[in-house]
Design a protein around this ligand. Structure first.
Ligand SMILES: [Ca+2]
Length: 271
């Protein structure tokens, strides 16, 4: 006859064996988080997103950085949860598959969608969320800079020397005054393309002063007049493509140098 103690021991052995036998489960019995996900958004159209780890970084530029602006005071930011972010800017094929229209001035299925406002970008996120099992949203300004820097503290994600910018970005000196298909230049250390240049990227936040001191998962001011744009575009000089540089515009403005990329939280349903 089994005692309560021996039943308990057997239950523990069976549970341990189950964890050992089932491939793909970690010691807590949950599935490892995939390093990359692909969202199917149309018949032949998909979107690849890379996993970004939680962590801490210094947001803004240090006092000695060349051409820095006073709107970029350096402060510590904690990103408390991992998330996925588009490996590229949203393309025209992706935008059209969700919205049924293509407003771009520079046409090309694999070029990033331009001439989109912040309002258009957030509508895209809402429609894509409805269409798929994922929660899709714009990155916060902090998530954008954290992702752009990919662990670096320099002017650009590849270092301080702007003479190398042409290897990583389409900008004023090499773009021919137009956008280019996404993903043609070198990626940053986290595998993300065109964080510098090609199109400015809308972020979720209202534009405003940074918080005083350290912050965790900052969301920007509660209200404002303009939304944040980051990364510089095809018509801009290197200074505007710096990792810390901040720009902004009215949420209804459709800029020929404005586009976006999207984020999917890891806590989203289905992940
Ligand atoms: Ca960009």
């Amino acid at each position: 006859m089994a005692t309560r103690q021996s039943v308990g021991r057997w239950a523990a052995v069976v549970a341990a064996a189950f964890l050992l036998w089932v491939p793909g489960l970690d010691s807590k019995g949950s599935e490892p988080i995939p390093k990359e996900i692909t969202i199917q958004i149309g018949e032949n159209v998909s979107m690849k997103l890379a996993l970004i780890p939680a962590g801490k970084f210094m947001m803004g530029s240090p006092p000695g950085e060349a051409n820095r602006s006073g709107e970029e005071p350096q402060h510590e930011v904690t990103i408390s949860k991992p998330f996925y972010i588009g490996v590229t800017e949203v393309t025209q094929a992706q935008y059209e598959a969700v919205m049924g229209t293509n407003p771009s001035r520079f046409k090309g299925a694999t070029n990033p969608v331009d001439t989109v406002s912040w309002n258009d970008a957030t509508k895209f996120c809402k429609k894509l969320s409805k269409k798929t099992r994922y929660v899709v949203r714009l990155p916060t300004e902090a998530e954008w800079e954290y992702t752009c820097r990919a662990g670096t503290t320099t002017r650009f994600s590849f270092g301080d020397d702007e003479s190398a910018l042409g290897d990583y970005a389409w900008y004023e000196c090499n773009s021919g005054s137009a956008t280019h298909p996404v993903g043609q230049k070198k990626p940053n250390a986290w595998g993300l393309f065109d964080m510098h240049g090609n199109l400015w990227e809308w972020c979720a936040d209202w534009y405003g002063d940074y918080p005083k001191g350290a912050a965790t998962d900052p969301q920007g001011p509660a209200s404002g007049a303009d939304r944040v744009l980051r990364g510089g575009g095809w018509s801009h000089f290197p200074n505007y493509c710096r990792a810390a540089f901040r720009s902004f515009s009215s949420p209804g403005a459709r800029l020929i140098s404005g586009g976006f990329r999207v984020v999917v939280p890891v806590s989203a349903p289905g992940l």
